[in-house]
Design a protein around this ligand. Structure first.
Ligand SMILES: Nc1ncnc2c1ncn2[C@@H]1O[C@H](COP(=O)(O)OP(=O)(O)OP(=O)(O)O)[C@@H](O)[C@H]1O
Length: 713
């Protein structure tokens, strides 16, 4: 089926079906042909009016009009923002005053964008695709393909990020627009600059134009034979913290700080990039946000424990992980699942204090609070690190977010005032282009050679030194999100476009008004049994069972559904879902028939028990009361001789399900209520989806019938 908002001749993307548009297939050419008008576009413009009163818009306007108090007691003058907001001038961009949706469309913006995300494009004019020459693909993210291109108008090299979204889904467009909106709020030498947007009235796609950056920190750090000096590490850390300080002072949480999102140019300038998971926040008026953000290895404990009220400390934790990684030469806590990640954190940084457990009231605290606390051993583990580096690391990796300080306070730390001082970025050597993407390519090449080479000879990458371990891609934050969605829905890959592009019902039901996790892309990811996401089929690491299924020449969507790992946020809720599903009352309210219940129940095959088991196997000594009690109630057997588990039997791996489990939590009632809402929402959504699919099928049938008629076949 063709694009709904433009005729096949309009632009290069119009040749792609919506499904193809979602795939990572690079478009053939950026040069556009003449656009023609479409009745559909008019119809689309008429609906889905942008609700300028949504929570996010109001929050932003509030910030624009006054000074914003940020963590650390600093005040930011918002007057400048206000003027930027009214009329934006940008090199290479036209500038127009505030415009209505109609005016924006008249100015050349597609109606699907103006209708839903007027705020994000306000005051700008779209750039034409034919003013760029696409050169090569330089990166691939969960939501995008990134290309190096020549800006023909300005005769300079830029990066074009083609963002993936569904222009027919307002929620998807709104999500994508959030990144633009946030980027336009930021203006700092250490934050990537959005230079413009490429689209046209008839286009279904959107490219973000950025200044071109040759490297990223993950790529440089994993480059064979490249070792950073201490002054260089300080130089990068200083720039990262300055950029972060700017984001926080403008009320932006990045929420995905990691090496591959820290771009570095040939002058040694580091810029924070990828604001796809970023969110506006106002410390004076806290709003619940989703906890399912930040790439797993860099995710702070409070998010793993389900916190929905959080702030700048989440970015500071990730920064601490990067600082430690730069000194250690490898990621310090490479967990494979959320449970394992939390376990790694507790083992290194200690478990939270009684006081913290009490005051934080974290959703998963009952289950994951260890009976015996873990002792912090950061200083012992990294005893060879210089004292000022260790001191900063201790602060940034504080278990209690309140103890992590701020980016501004980190910048004042001894780390930056003791010798060797941070070097000047311009003094850094020139490196060949190095991105995590390049490192992946190198690894792939090495693997191919290894596979093709003689038996017994190790592939090149396996023979490399310690640093190379950083080339291993961190599982994406979104992979975790996707994993959770898939597990909850009980299917590893969804075919439904609206499911791909809409936030999970939980996010909707839990009332996160401004901050749903970025939807979609989910379905394109391949998960291995550890929950890693493999963005390309040839990627390193174990193939997912879906990929293996596909390799065997079968449709991956038909692959058997496999539970892929422990997920904290589902644990305590699964039982609630189970109970909800079994409850007569719930079934009535949600309209589920009795025969549907076992089907839905089967979507949670033993997840709860497996998760508990996984935790138990990892460190039985520290099992929380919640877990120990739950294991007993679940009848989970464990081969541990640990006293905590004695009495639960000794037959390993034998699980006897003993009926519903009730986690002793004061929040259970709320959880049940939430899950009732979620299930109702899921049922409602499923019905809507069905109706939508039928409508699309009918339309595509109509279109093919018409074209058959026109072509006289
Ligand atoms: N301005 C730029 N200059 C050069 N390369 C860039 C630029 N922006 C992005 N890239 C490359 O493209 C990759 C993907 O970009 P980005 O992280 O913004 O996309 P994403 O889809 O949001 O990714 P993620 O999966 O990390 O969320 C980056 O890791 C980087 O290597």
């Amino acid at each position: 089926m063709g694009c709904m908002c433009c005729k096949p001749s309009a632009i290069e993307d119009s040749k792609e079906s919506p499904r193809e548009r979602l795939s990572s297939k690079p478009s053939s050419d950026l040069r556009v042909s003449r656009a023609t008008s479409s009745r559909r576009e008019e119809a689309y413009r008429a609906k889905d009016q942008y609700d300028s009163n949504d929570g996010r818009t109001m929050l932003i306007d509030k910030q624009v009009n006054g000074s914003l108090r940020v963590h650390g007691g600093e005040h930011v003058d918002r007057k400048r923002d206000k003027s930027e907001h009214a009329v934006l001038h940008h090199p290479g961009m036209g500038s127009i005053p505030r415009a209505t949706e109609g005016e924006q469309v008249a100015a050349g913006w597609p109606s699907w964008l103006a209708a839903v995300a007027g705020e994000a494009i306000k005051g700008w004019l779209p750039r034409r695709a034919d003013s760029f020459e696409k050169l090569d693909k330089i990166g691939q993210g969960t939501y995008s393909n990134v290309y190096r291109a020549r800006d023909l108008d300005q005769n300079k090299i830029v990066a074009l990020k083609k963002v993936r979204f569904d222009n027919l889904e307002p929620e998807s467009v709104r999500f994508m627009a959030r990144e633009i909106h946030i980027l336009r709020r930021l203006d700092h030498p250490n934050v990537i600059k959005l230079e413009g947007l490429v689209t046209s009235r008839m286009s279904c796609s959107l490219y973000l134009v950025f200044e071109y950056m040759e490297h990223d920190l993950a790529g440089l750090a994993s480059h064979p034979g490249l070792n950073f000096t201490e002054a260089q590490v300080k130089c990068y850390m200083q720039q990262l913290l300055r950029g972060l300080d700017h984001c926080h002072s403008r009320g932006v949480l990045h929420r995905d700080i990691k090496g591959s999102n820290l771009l570095i140019d040939n002058n040694g300038i580091l810029k924070i990039a990828d604001f796809g998971l970023a969110s506006f926040y106002d410390p004076a008026q806290v709003q619940p946000l989703t906890s399912r953000v930040v790439t797993l290895w860099y995710r702070p404990p409070e998010l793993l424990l389900g916190a929905t009220y959080y702030g700048i400390a989440v970015d500071l934790w990730s920064t601490g992980c990067i600082l430690a990684e730069l000194y250690a030469g490898k990621p310090i806590m490479p967990g494979r699942t959320e449970v394992e990640q939390l376990h790694k954190i507790f083992k290194l940084c200690g478990s939270p204090s009684e006081d913290y457990w009490r005051k934080s009231k974290l959703p998963h605290a009952t289950i994951f609070k260890p009976q015996q606390p873990y002792r912090r051993c950061v200083a012992e583990t990294f005893k060879e690190f210089p004292a000022p580096a260790l001191a900063l690391m201790e602060t940034l990796l504080a278990i209690d977010p309140a103890d992590r300080g701020s980016a501004a306070s980190a910048l004042r730390s001894e780390f930056f005032t003791t010798k060797p001082l941070p070097c000047d970025p311009s003094s850094l050597p020139d490196y060949p282009p190095s991105k995590e993407f390049d490192a992946k390519m190198r690894d792939e090449e090495a693997r191919r050679q290894g596979a093709a080479g003689s038996k017994g000879q190790k592939p090149d990458m396996e023979r490399r030194g310690q640093r190379e371990s950083r080339a291993v891609p961190a599982p994406d934050a979104n992979a975790e999100l996707v994993l959770s969605i898939q597990k909850r829905h009980g299917r590893p890959n969804s075919k439904s476009r609206s499911e791909k592009f809409n936030p999970h019902p939980e996010e909707v039901a839990s009332g996160f008004p401004i901050d749903p996790p970025r939807p979609s892309q989910a379905a394109e990811s391949n998960m291995d049994p550890q929950g890693h996401q493999h963005k390309r089929a040839s990627h390193s690491g174990p193939l997912s069972h879906r990929a293996a299924w596909a390799k065997a020449g079968r449709n991956p969507d038909d692959a058997p559904k496999i539970y892929t790992g422990a997920d904290l946020s589902t644990i305590s809720s699964l039982e609630a879902v189970r109970r909800s599903l079994l409850s007569e009352d719930h079934r009535e309210r949600s309209g589920l028939s009795q025969p549907e219940v076992p089907k839905l129940m089967a979507r949670f095959p033993g997840s709860f028990k497996e998760t508990l088991e996984s935790f138990a196997q990892q460190d039985p000594k520290h099992l929380s009361q919640g877990v120990a009690g739950s294991l007993q109630k679940e009848g989970v057997r464990n081969n541990s001789k640990d006293p905590v588990l004695l009495g639960y039997g000794s037959k390993a791996h034998k699980i006897h399900y003993s009926g519903p489990l009730i986690v002793p939590s004061g929040n259970m009632d709320q959880m049940l209520k939430d899950h009732d809402r979620q299930i109702q929402e899921a049922v409602r959504r499923a019905r809507l989806d069905k109706a939508r699919v039928r409508k699309v099928q009918a339309e595509s049938y109509q279109i093919s019938a018409n074209s058959l008629f026109v072509s006289g076949r």
